[in-house]
Structure formats: structure tokens, C-alpha cells
Write a new protein. Structure first.
Length: 275
């Protein structure tokens, strides 16, 4: 199996529709042993989601803005396993003022929260766990949404994701000498709890129906979960500092893809270039 005997820490499992849940599910199917994290009132959601995994993994409290929580997770994993083979960072948050048209008006205290949770915590968590990750060595994977362009309503979260992409390159640079890989998975839009917090996400979902040459199903996070597991496995030993797009191919298209030719259509009916 792809992840046989691997010890993984999975953050961000909020409910069974989340990308992190599907990554956890696939990881277990591929032989991994898991620990999940949650915090605050949301930890009850994580516990309920964990109960739908087999076996049910333990859930540790982790608020990534609290250094003592990072240290406590490290201490638990060190005592539990003595190593960490993989980490999924599936954490992102921006106050409402930073989304849906608030780009020019959001106050710094809200913008700084978005950056701390969505960007800085990726580095902070990996740095805290680097000695455990170096034993294998292991891999770090973060979740991204393509930050090459400005998306409607994504506003400061889009800027935070651009920062995440840059931070990933620097993390790959600094952890690489220990053999630790760091990569991001940029998913297409999915109907997750996190996506529902962005009121205008529907303004760009239609692009995937027009531009995805492989098609895209907004209610199926499993292809993203599989990509995460591939990057956490030993099958990608020389990949680091990378952004793997799991979006049906939209990121590579400059416009709508050609419609599929009608059944039985020949070259003349499918689009002739004759004079």
C-alpha cells in the first residue's frame, strides 16, 4: 500500500465533505496511522468526522496561533510515535471583513489574522515538527487555491494564498537539507464548509464547467485527497517546492475548451479549415 506504516498528522478535518477528511480517508485505506487536530468549538465537528473513519483516529487540540499548542502537539507525537512521516496543513481563515469586496477596507488587525492563520502557520507548524519529520524523512503538504490571478470575493485570502505559495518555496529550501519535502496542492473550487464562507464563490465556479478539459466535480474532494496522499508517500522523493494543481486542467487553459464533437461527426462537421 502507498502509505503502509506511515504516521501522519492531518489538520483541518471539519466535516466529512472537507478535503482533509478525504485525504485522511484515502490515507487510512493506503495503510497510514493518523492523528487529527481541531480546536475550540470546532473540535466537536472534528470528533464527529473522526468517528466516520476506521479506525477512529485521536484528535488533538491545536490552535495554530498559540505557540504552546504547537509545542504540545509536538510533545504528543514524539511520545506517541517518535517520528512523523507526513503533515497535511489544511488550515485557513480570514475574517469576514477581508472577503467579498472588503479588499480596500479591511483593517490591519483582520488582515494580520488572515495571514497568521492561513500563511504563517504553515511554516510555524512545519518548523515545530521538523525534528520528527527529519527521522523518516517525511513530507509536508499544504492546501492552496491558485493565487496567480485575482478571484471575485477572495480578496485578502487570495493574497494570503499567494504568500503561502512563496512560503512553501522557502520552506522547501530550508527543510530540504534534512530530507523533508514541502509541496502544495491547488484544488479547484469545492463545496466545503470553508468555501461556503466566501459569499461570491459562485461568481467563478462556472469557469470550471467551461475550461476544465478533464471536467470538474465541485462535490467530490477525493481527487484532491488522493493527490495529497501521493505527495505524502515515498513515490515523490524528488519533488519539493512545487504546486500541484488538481483542478481538471483549468490552470493551464487560456479560455473555454472546445466542446466535444457530436457522436459520428467527421472532420468536416467538427470544424474544417478548408478555404
Amino acid at each position: 500500500m502507498l502509505l503502509a506504516d506511515k504516521k501522519l498528522l492531518i489538520t483541518g478535518v471539519l466535516d466529512p465533505r472537507s478535503i482533509a477528511f478525504f485525504a485522511a480517508k484515502v490515507a487510512q485505506e493506503q495503510g497510514a496511522e493518523l492523528v487529527l487536530t481541531g480546536f475550540g468549538r470546532g473540535i466537536r465537528l472534528t470528533e464527529r468526522a473522526a468517528a466516520r473513519l476506521d479506525p477512529k483516529p485521536d484528535v488533538l487540540e491545536l490552535d495554530v496561533t498559540q505557540p504552546e499548542h504547537l509545542a504540545a502537539v509536538r510533545a504528543d507525537l514524539e511520545a506517541r510515535w517518535g517520528r512523523l512521516d507526513g503533515l497535511l496543513h489544511a488550515i485557513g481563515f480570514a475574517p469576514g471583513s477581508c472577503l467579498d469586496g472588503g479588499f480596500l477596507t479591511a483593517p490591519w488587525e483582520d488582515v494580520s489574522t488572515a495571514f497568521q492563520v492561513s500563511t504563517y502557520s504553515y511554516v510555524a507548524l512545519a518548523a515545530e515538527l521538523q525534528d520528527l519529520l527529519a527521522v523518516g524523512p517525511g513530507a509536508v503538504v499544504g492546501l492552496d487555491f491558485d493565487a496567480q490571478v485575482a478571484w471575485p470575493g477572495y480578496d485578502w485570502m487570495g493574497v494570503a494564498k499567494a504568500g503561502l505559495e512563496s512560503a512553501n518555496r522557502y520552506l522547501a529550501r530550508d527543510l530540504g537539507p534534512k530530507g523533508i519535502r514541502a509541496n502544495l496542492v491547488a484544488a479547484g473550487p469545492l463545496h466545503t464548509m470553508a468555501a461556503r464562507s466566501i459569499g461570491t464563490i459562485g461568481a467563478f465556479e462556472h469557469l470550471w464547467s467551461e475550461r476544465a478539459p478533464l471536467g470538474w466535480e465541485t462535490r467530490d474532494p477525493e481527487p484532491v485527497g488522493r493527490a495529497v496522499c501521493a505527495l505524502l508517500s515515498d513515490w515523490t522523493p524528488a519533488i519539493t517546492g512545487e504546486i500541484v494543481h488538481v483542478d481538471g486542467g483549468v490552470h493551464a487553459m487560456g479560455g473555454p475548451v472546445a466542446p466535444v464533437a457530436a457522436e459520428g461527426a467527421g472532420p468536416d462537421t467538427a470544424g474544417s479549415q478548408g478555404a
